[in-house]
Structure formats: C-alpha cells, structure tokens
Design a binder for this molecule. Structure first.
Ligand code: ZN
Ligand code: ZN
Length: 335
C-alpha cells in the first residue's frame, strides 16, 4: 500500500510503498478515505520540543475517515463495512485518571500516528475500542475533521464552560481557533477571532461564514468590552500576552495550543484580576458525539475550508501547511 512516512530526517515526509498492517487481537483494518494534517503532525515533522518520542520512520496521521474492511477474528464485527473515524487518544482504561473518567490524560496514553503508525496511508489498523461509526448524513471529508472538532468541543464545553451571550475572544486563526469559535457560536456566544496581518485576506475571510467577527492583532478600535473568555489557540508567547490584554477581570483564559517556547507571564497581574487560567488537552469519547452534530450542521462550509491533496502529494501538503498557505490540508487516500 501507499503511505506517507515521516523519516528520521527533520522536515521530511516521503510517499512510498509499504507493507499493509497486520492485525492482532481486537484490531480492525480501515481503508482510509481522508486524513487531515494536524498541528501536532507538523510539530513531529519539524522535530519540535516535546515530540522527541516520534521517531522515524513513522506513518503520521490521527484525523482520518474511512471504512472498516476487516477485523481480527470476530473483532469489531458490528463495524464491518461501516464508515468510521478513530479516537486519536488511546487510553489504558485502568490508571487512576482513566478511572476518574479523564481518559484523555491517561497516564499511559498513546496517540495513533505519533506513538505508532497512523492514517496517512491507504490502510491503517486500529484497536476496535477506539473506532467510531460516522453518523449517516455526514460526508467522509467532514468526518475526517471529527478529532479537531472534538478538541474544540472539549475546550469550549468541558473546560471553558461557555454560555449563551458571553463574549469570547479566540486568539489564533488556525483550524483549532476556527473550530473553537464555531463551537462557541453553536452555544450562542458572541465570537471575535483574532489573527495576524497576513491572515487578513486568507484565513480571516472564513470568519463571516460562521458568524464571527474577524480582528487583526495590533489594530485598534474593535473591542468595546473585554472578553468574558479567551481561548488561546495561536501557540505563540505573543499570542498569550495579547489575549490576556483583552480579558476582563474575573475572566477565564483557556490555553488550547501547544507551545514551542516558554511564556513569561507576571502572575501578580493574573492574581489581581482573578483570572482563571485553564488548560485544555485533547478530548474525551463523549466529545466526538457532540462534534459529529456540529460537523453535520456546517458540513458544506467546512468542505470549502479545507484543501485536499492526493496522498502522493503529502510532502507538498506539509510544506504548504508549514508556510500557512492553507488553513487545513487533508490528504485523499482513495484510488
Ligand atoms: Zn489533530
Ligand atoms: Zn489510563
């Protein structure tokens, strides 16, 4: 089968023919339709700090949709020939955090496509416990967005606890920023999405489609009142400081991004404002259910937002994503 393999070389993904995965107990084989290129794939590709565990050669990819074509023994029989996606965070189910219901921060968590081979290939295998059936009306392309949308659902609903009428600032106009804004809009919040000057004619043009107000960082005259909640999705230390500038006293700041550098924050300021500084990581199984609903609601608009590349052009997709030429590259593994 064809696969996009991250080599040991920094910044290199090669598309080549590799052996199809062999199933073990409880595993199913998925024929991949689409697989998104995620920020964490780019971090791994770039050998960013915190990604030392992703050694090459590795088939990246955890944002996939496809069809179950085989199960080991009787594994996943109800899933056979179903359209599916997978939960990226594969948890042990036994450690204290798992037993408390917080499986997304399992002591022994493993992420498909980072800890072991993932979905940037024509076929991928997966433990059937983590395979989710895609609801009927959702397109296969939108289904590949279930994982990033679940991350946004987790950040907004479980951590940020955003309510109707609240004023939200999303810092960072990447895909997680947009999805975070979309979930906030679905709850009836007012959303401003902030990007950089270079995002003005590109990424930020999608804001109106989802009823968000676009803002270019550094430009004045936009905010009457500070935000009740800010979601930091930019991943840059400057983004962190800019978002806190816009947070009202007693507000919540939710950090959703992963950072390649340390952030210097004078905590007395946070204390005097009694800001709640919250972090959000990954998502829980339930978040997928809610994400499917939101994806269904915006399916055609979301299909317009993504840029589809044939699997054979994975290298180009990574290069374009890194240069932020596209908002969301998705690899097409069909055919
Ligand atoms: Zn992802
Ligand atoms: Zn666990």
């Amino acid at each position: 089968m064809l696969a996009a393999v991250k080599t040991r070389q920094k910044g290199e993904v090669v598309v080549k023919s590799v052996e199809q995965p062999r199933l073990s107990a409880d595993e199913v084989l998925i024929r991949v339709d689409y697989c998104g290129v995620c920020g964490s794939d780019l971090h791994a590709y770039n050998h960013a700090p915190g990604y030392e565990f992703v050694q090459g050669p590795r088939i990246l990819g955890h944002e996939l949709s496809g069809e179950v074509v085989e199960g080991f023994g009787g594994a996943g029989r109800p899933l056979l020939h179903k359209r599916v996606t997978v939960e990226s965070i594969q948890y042990c189910g036994e450690c204290p955090t798992c037993r408390s219901g917080r499986t997304h921060i399992c002591e022994r968590l493993r992420v498909i496509g980072l800890h072991f081979d993932g979905g940037m290939a024509q076929y991928v295998k997966c433990d059937s416990r983590f395979v989710r059936e895609v609801p009927g009306p959702l397109s296969n392309l939108a289904a590949s967005l279930a994982e990033p949308m679940s991350i946004a659902v987790h950040a907004v609903e479980a951590i940020g606890k955003v309510g109707a009428g609240e004023r939200v600032l999303v810092q960072g106009a990447g895909i997680i920023g947009f999805f975070t804004g979309i979930v906030c809009r679905s709850l009836g919040a007012e959303v401003i999405i902030a990007g950089l000057p270079k995002d003005r004619e590109t990424r930020l043009v999608h804001a109106a489609t989802f009823g968000m107000v676009p803002h270019v960082v550094g430009e004045s005259g936009w905010i009457r009142d500070k935000a009740d909640v800010v979601f930091e999705c930019s991943g840059s230390p400057q983004g962190v400081l800019a978002s806190l500038e816009m947070l009202k006293k007693g507000g919540r700041a939710v950090f959703v991004a992963l950072y390649e550098a340390s952030v210097e924050l004078f905590l007395t300021r946070a204390v005097r404002n009694e800001w709640q500084l919250l972090t959000s990581y990954g998502c829980r199984p339930d978040d997928y259910t809610r994400a499917f609903g939101i994806l269904q609601q915006y399916d055609p608009q979301l299909q317009q937002m993504v840029s589809v590349y044939p699997l054979a052009q994975a290298g180009q997709a990574f290069a374009d994503a890194l240069q932020q030429k596209v908002l969301k590259p998705v690899l097409d593994a069909r055919g």
